[in-house]
Design a protein around this ligand. Structure first.
Ligand code: NAD
Length: 508
């Protein structure tokens, strides 16, 4: 390395680990650049933590758990009340950071943060959420009640596409329920996550309760294997999630893995044309198609010619630009590798016989010629068995299929292995009711293209999109992060109770 190379390297900030309440420099020799996908500017360098650093983070969580698990409800709740306020106050700064490293537009970055903020607000209500049940007089003078107690050190592994929302799905609920936490953010865009972690400490999360390690496969495997970690929450691709689920459960942990998707929007002929086209375009091309709930597949029931013409005309008009530029509709995808993967899938789509209605490859984006851009791309005549239908493209590519009837469309959706999200567009209540009854997908929208539930409910992806029974927020996550203990209790009153010896199993 030359002197000039070394001084350039030194000028690039490094992303810190968080261990025992201190932001520390990793001692690793393995680093990766965090790159602005619109410009290729190197924003920071992120370490791949060593096994010793993971051990130190877990040990700090283990020690902190001893006191944190017994911290009163009000103290825990007030931290999250303060935290939501800090996130709101810093929204613009957080969104700018997110856009710089991830690429999505500023309004969409605020949406990413806001959907996480909703979970933080929910965590502030932990007293009500974690309450057990009580049955009075289950036998004479006997009451039974449940305690929902924290597990210990829990861990979360997050993907690149929602670097604010998904970490916020995880550590606030785990910590509010009395656990301590090890967060492993995406190595592609960890900066906004780290700023959210700083704000969490500022809100009052005590030392050691929240820890952060960075890295890739080795650190994730270390988390799955670590004997002190009790539960692992993962969000990311199906390939990695399946591996994490197997490895973590084999090591005796609880695991929940939210994974890849192929979400179908079914459009009936009676659907409101203007609203439906707007919704489809937003849900297919927003965030450059890098959403696990993106409507990446449209199934038109009946004649689709006019619908396709409208979709193409409107999608062509979308403005492709860097996410921080005003008026941008579609920002860059995360990496050069993502551009290559998406472009090669488009080529396979053409080769396998689909009709390319709109080609977004190699777009010209003045001022951002080196950015990772792919424009809105639309295929019609797509069939199961084609790569562009069978694989998750995770880019701004919309594939269009046709069905002769609602029943045929339902059968098509149910035959796809993925079950993350789906939507129906119609004016018919009867058709909507049939769809919601018969469709085998975790999250269903009726005239709602991206039906991600608010935290009063849980995220409920299903089939190949999810492993583990319980969702990452809402009521289900309370069960995931707690162990239910059932206490059956009697207090003797010498004056009134003469139960004698009871050798049966029954209470009396
Ligand atoms: P990814 O699976 O590549 O990475 C997710 C996490 O796993 C990252 O923290 C990464 O460091 C780690 N990782 C990567 N390779 C690994 C390996 N070989 N072994 C162990 N760990 C590894 O996913 P991504 O590209 O960051 O995110 C996009 C994917 O996430 C898409 O498939 C998308 O559908 C999915 N996703 C799903 C949901 C959901 O709720 N179902 C939400 C968001 C994203």
């Amino acid at each position: 390395m030359t002197v000039a190379d070394r001084s350039t390297l030194l000028a690039i900030p490094t992303v810190k680990l968080l261990i025992g309440g201190e932001f520390v420099e990793s001692r690793t020799t393995q680093w990766r650049d965090v790159i602005n996908p619109a410009t290729q500017a190197v924003l920071a360098r992120v370490p791949f933590a060593t096994p010793q650093e993971l051990d130190a983070a877990v040990e700090s969580g283990r020690r902190a758990f001893k006191t944190w698990r017994k911290t009163p409800i009000g103290v825990r709740a007030r931290i999250f009340l303060k935290y939501q306020q800090l996130i709101r106050e810093n929204m613009k700064e957080l969104a700018a950071l997110l856009t710089a490293e991830q690429g999505k537009t500023l309004p969409d970055a605020e949406g990413d943060i806001f959907r996480g903020l909703e979970v933080v607000e929910h965590a502030a209500n932990i007293g009500m959420l974690q309450m057990g049940e009580l049955a009075n007089n289950v036998a004479t003078g006997v009451d039974t009640f449940t305690l929902n107690q924290p597990l210990g050190v829990c861990a979360g592994i997050t993907p690149f596409n929602f670097p604010a929302m998904i970490p916020l799905w995880m550590f606030p609920m785990a910590i509010a329920t009395g656990n301590t936490f090890i967060l492993k953010p995406s190595e592609q865009d960890p900066l906004v996550t780290m700023r959210l972690v700083e704000l969490a400490l500022e809100a009052g999360i005590p030392k050691g309760v929240l820890n952060v390690v960075h890295g890739g496969e080795a650190v994730v495997n270390g988390i799955c294997d670590h004997p002190e970690i009790k539960a692992v929450s993962f969000v990311g691709s199906t390939k990695v999630g399946t591996h994490v689920y197997r490895r973590a459960t084999l090591a005796g942990k609880r695991a929940q893995c939210m994974m890849g998707a192929k979400n179908h929007a079914v459009v009936l002929p009676d659907a409101n044309r203007e609203q439906t086209i707007n919704n489809l375009i937003g849900a297919a091309f927003g965030a450059a198609g890098q959403r696990c709930m993106a409507a990446s597949t449209v199934v038109f029931v009946g004649d689709s010619k006019d619908w396709i013409a409208d979709l193409v005309a409107r999608s062509q008009a979308l403005k492709l630009n860097a996410g921080h530029e005003s008026g941008t509709d579609v920002g860059p995808v995360i990496s050069c590798a993502a551009v290559e993967r998406i472009s090669s899938l488009i080529e396979r789509g053409i080769a396998e016989g689909a009709k390319l209605e709109l080609d977004g490859r190699k777009p010209l984006v003045p001022g951002y010629e080196h950015g990772n851009f792919v424009g809105p791309t639309i295929f019609s005549g797509v069939k199961p068995g084609m790569s562009i239908y069978d694989e998750e493209i995770f880019g701004p590519v919309l594939v269009i299929l046709e069905a002769a009837s609602l029943d045929e469309a339902i059968e098509l959706v149910n035959s796809n292995p993925n079950g993350n999200g789906t939507a129906l567009f119609t004016q018919s209540g009867a058709a909507a009711r049939r769809f919601q009854e018969d469709i085998d997908v975790g999250q269903v929208g009726i005239n709602v293209p991206i039906p991600v539930p608010v935290p009063l409910f849980s995220f409920t992806g299903s089939r190949a999109s999810k492993l583990g029974d319980l969702g990452p927020y809402g009521k289900q996550v309370i069960l995931f992060y707690t162990q239910t203990k059932t206490v059956t209790q009697r207090w003797f009153d010498d004056e009134t109770l003469h139960v004698g010896v009871n050798t049966t199993i029954s209470l009396r």
